[in-house]
Design a binder for this molecule. Structure first.
Ligand code: SAM
Ligand code: SF4
Ligand code: SF4
Length: 367
């Protein structure tokens, strides 16, 4: 069998977390109604952005008349730290800062310093990661690393100036983002990854150039299927390039071998180049939903807790927090919300009319 012929259907088998957790004795972990543990927390720290990616914040909607959240609505760093601490006590092991563009939030390093001090009940440090568009990363990478940030993921949807500027609806150059990626590598993060959202007819021609650019670089490039997040990006299924097709396009040029997941429930399927040039990943959120392994909670910019990227409603944690409620009260709110969670939007995507729901936008909930 050649490495290329090993491309087999992406299978996402349910992981028995409960058995693993009993073995590891994480007795404080919360489980939802589908027996999924709470493991990851994504925190959107701003709903603002310095790009206008057409699939995320189309300029026609996010224009100068758009009402972004006022400063007083945003959770302060102290409020974020307090809520994050409660999540960590009940199972969260990884925190990812996102947005909007998280590097636009002034003093983000101070928040990272606070979060990097958190420890799980088992005494392990909590891993702090951040997703950025990379536009101002070059000048910030070392400070972020020094503050305790472990991992950085940079979003980049193509290498050609015209495709990149069309997709981001900006005049930012690709070189600016590539400089940010290089600075992140030089800063010594545990991992630097690049996310590329692939949209049919828009940037699918960038798949091979991107793969080739990041071979031998130490950067893990991950291809993401275009998703129907929010209500503003005009998503259509025929604009999704399935992960399987992406692999089939790369493999004839650079044979691939499937790798084991890095950890239970990893959403990216990992593949290595057979010639040792590194690793890529595919995230098949649309064609092979992985809801059964979804362990993520999302804290939106204004302190609402969402249990699914495609949720319509969130639980307001900011009000009880500002009313001075105790940690016990706040923890019970979080625990009840997670216990009643039965979200599996992506698995049900094709079974119902999903357009009818008022889904929230990704820049607010955090990608
Ligand atoms: N501004 C930062 C950035 O772009 O990396 C962080 C926030 S952004 C919302 C997080 C990730 O979500 C990015 O990698 C972006 O490409 C991805 N994203 C946004 N809209 C998407 C969509 N409709 N489908 C798939 N991925 C999407
Ligand atoms: Fe901004 Fe990131 Fe959304 Fe692009 S994907 S508009 S960079 S928040
Ligand atoms: Fe998780 Fe919701 Fe995405 Fe399913 S659709 S993987 S439950 S965020």
């Amino acid at each position: 069998m050649t490495p290329t012929s090993r491309i087999i259907p992406i299978v996402s088998a349910a992981t028995d977390y409960r058995a693993q957790d009993i073995a590891r004795d994480y007795s404080d972990t919360l489980f939802d109604s589908l027996r999924r543990p709470l493991r990851d927390l994504r925190i959107s720290i701003t709903d603002r952005c310095n790009l206008r990616c057409t699939y995320c914040m189309p300029r026609a909607i996010f224009d100068e008349n758009h009402s972004f959240l006022p400063r007083t609505s945003l959770l302060s760093f102290e409020e974020i730290e307090r809520i994050a601490t409660l999540f960590v006590r009940r199972g969260v092991q990884k925190i990812r800062l996102t947005g909007g563009e998280p590097l636009l939030r002034r003093g983000v390093e101070q928040l990272i310093e606070k979060l990097a001090r958190l420890q799980t009940p088992a005494g392990k440090p909590v891993e702090i990661a951040l997703t950025t568009n990379g536009v101002i990363l070059a000048k910030m990478a070392q400070r972020l690393r020094d503050a305790g940030l472990a991992r950085v993921t940079v979003s980049l949807d193509g290498l050609s100036e015209s495709t990149f500027q069309q997709m981001t609806d900006s005049h930012v150059s690709v070189a600016t983002v590539l400089n940010g990626i290089r600075a992140a590598q030089a800063a010594g993060f545990d991992a630097v990854k690049v996310n590329m959202v692939v949209r049919r007819g828009v940037n699918e021609h960038e798949i091979i150039p991107m793969a080739e650019h990041f071979r031998h670089s130490g950067v893990v490039l991950r291809f993401i299927e275009f998703m129907d997040v929010g209500c503003s990006n005009g998503w259509r299924m025929n604009e999704v390039v399935p992960a399987r097709e992406i692999l089939q396009r790369i493999a004839p040029h650079h044979p691939l071998q499937q790798m084991d997941p890095g950890y239970a429930g990893e959403v990216a399927e990992r593949w290595s180049y057979a010639d040792g040039a590194g690793e890529i990943g595919v995230i098949a959120s649309v064609t092979q939903a992985f809801c059964q392994d979804c362990t993520r909670a999302r804290l939106a910019t204004d302190g609402k807790l969402y249990t699914c990227l495609f949720a319509g409603d969130g639980l307001d944690l900011r009000t009880p927090l500002r009313l001075g409620e105790s940690n016990t009260v706040l923890t019970n709110l979080i625990a009840d919300q997670w216990a009643s969670r039965n979200d599996r939007y992506s698995q049900l995507r094709h079974q119902r009319d999903n357009t009818a729901r008022g889904k929230i936008e990704m820049s607010y909930i955090g990608g």
